[in-house]
Ligand binder design. Structure first.
Ligand code: UDP
Length: 464
């Protein structure tokens, strides 16, 4: 018939592409679960089915589970006392050892059961957290392709890959006299900014890191929660120095997710003037001692600024049975309603609120990206892992924050708060933060770098 294009299936429209499923396996800590679920949101929005594997330890909060995803438990084998210790390195070590036991039999059984579920579209690959070292071998046995998600920065990955060199050249273990020495191979880092745990066994740590790098090289690709305009040089160096088959930077992943939560705290912020509130939170793991807690309380109260402070039940060491008590007189000092202390915040919504003018953070990578994504300048108080190097980039490379160094002391805290919230320097940091926010908006637009990275990932998933 004239005007009707002929086709091999007799003129009927082509069949829709076969729906595929992607498996996700996050490390069971908030800073790792969140970006993995956000990646899942982005893939689900592109038509993929999502199955989340999770350990029983720190299983995703049922209230935060997506009804559109499947959640499947995996035995983690972490002994109770190790789980209760709160020692993240020990927990990861115990989890990997248990999951790898008997040729990763338990994990393989879960994977086989998930693959055999005919009620779900066929699984195309598994995206796993870089720390879950049992996954590559188990996935290979069941014939599943793997991709690694790194939830820290590109700079952090590059630093971990350089760990053997850092030891060979004497940067590590760090010596007190050399803490401020620049690491010429990894600018702008200094020895004190390196990812380093003084408690760890170095040979063990070196072995683990080497396996982590191998897992990346033997996978189909590496996904890093960052974006081109933020870490262009670091991403280029990873491409040049490491043989990574496919390197994708679709971050900030939380910005690709439409999942948001409302909370009564937003109503409190609604009553506050624009950019007047300092949001204070040290993530899901960092803690302080009772003396430091007092200094923070008085530093905030004495600053005269509005603040919203997250104090988790385990924020103060030795008080895990309940929230730490605020010092006598504290409530009276802020009873004009300018201060609020809460146990947990819907952080992304808080940072996006027009009333928030600064973020006092421990500089976990998610918190750093969430602050950058909203153009909020930071006071950085890093404690461990990658937090020191994130701080270095915030202060030195992007110029969107200041570091609060030395002992936590109320006078020093008060001055840092004032510098950020009312000083000229703070204003300049805010201006640069707003510029970075615009770069985030650009990478999220159609044709922006994050969207292109997700396109590539979706194409890869459909290519099997
Ligand atoms: N977070 C939150 N509410 C809080 C504190 C933290 O939602 O009161 C979230 C925060 O938005 C981030 C994650 O927990 O996504 C913490 O990750 P990050 O990498 O910043 O630090 P970690 O907890 O891993 O040290």
């Amino acid at each position: 018939m004239a005007g009707v294009a002929s086709s091999s299936n007799g003129g009927a429209p082509p069949p829709p592409p076969r729906r595929r499923r992607v498996l996700l396996f996050p490390l069971p800590f908030q800073g790792h679960i969140n970006p993995m679920l956000h990646l899942g949101d982005a893939l689900h929005a592109r038509g993929l089915a999502v199955t989340v594997l999770h350990t029983r330890l720190n299983a995703p909060d049922p209230a935060l589970r997506r009804p559109e995803f499947r959640f499947v438990p995996v035995p983690d084998g972490v002994p109770r006392d190790v789980a209760a210790s709160g020692d993240v390195i020990a927990i990861i070590g115990a989890m990997n050892a248990a999951m790898e036991a008997e040729g990763a039999a338990a994990l393989r059984a879960v994977l086989l059961a998930v693959l055999a579920d005919e009620a779900q579209p066929p699984a195309a690959c598994i995206v796993f957290d870089a720390n879950l070292l049992a996954v590559p071998a188990a996935a290979a046995v069941v014939g599943l392709r793997t991709l690694v998600l790194r939830t820290a920065s590109a700079a952090c990955f590059r630093c971990l890959a350089a760990y053997p060199m850092l030891h060979q050249r004497g940067y590590l273990p760090p010596q007190e006299s050399k803490l401020y020495m620049p690491v010429e191979e990894l600018p702008p880092l200094r020895v004190k900014d390196l990812f380093y745990s003084s408690l760890s066994n170095h040979d063990k740590m070196r072995g683990l890191l080497a396996r982590g790098i191998e897992a990346v090289k033997s996978s189909s690709g590496l996904v890093i929660n960052t974006f081109d305009a933020l870490e262009a040089a670091e991403l280029e160096r990873i491409s040049a120095e490491l043989n990574v088959p496919m390197l994708l930077a679709p971050g900030p992943l939380h910005k690709l997710s439409k999942n948001s939560r409302s909370s009564t705290i937003i109503a409190w912020l609604d009553k506050m003037p624009s950019r007047s509130v300092l949001y204070v939170s040290f993530g899901s793991l960092a803690s302080m001692d009772a003396g430091e807690f007092l200094e923070v309380a008085w530093g905030l109260a004495n600053s005269g600024h509005r603040f919203l402070w997250v104090v988790r039940p385990d924020s103060v060491r030795g008080s895990s049975d309940g929230p730490a008590g605020l010092p006598d007189g504290f409530e009276a000092a802020v009873d004009d309603g300018r201060g609020k202390v809460i146990r947990w915040a819907p952080q992304q919504e808080v940072l996006a609120h027009r009333a928030v003018g600064g973020f006092w953070t421990h500089c976990g990578w998610n918190s750093t990206l969430e602050s950058i994504g909203e153009g909020v300048p930071m006071i950085c108080r890093p404690q461990f892992a990658d937090q020191m190097m994130n701080t270095r980039y915030v202060v030195k490379v992007w110029g969107v924050g200041l570091e609060l160094e030395g002992e936590l002391e109320r006078g020093r805290i008060e001055r840092a708060v004032r510098k950020l919230m009312e000083g000229r320097e703070g204003e300049e940091m805010r201006e640069r933060a707003v510029e970075l926010k615009e770069k985030v908006a650009d990478c999220l637009k159609i044709g922006g770098s994050s969207q292109i990275a997700i396109d590539k990932l979706v194409n890869y998933i459909h290519s099997a």
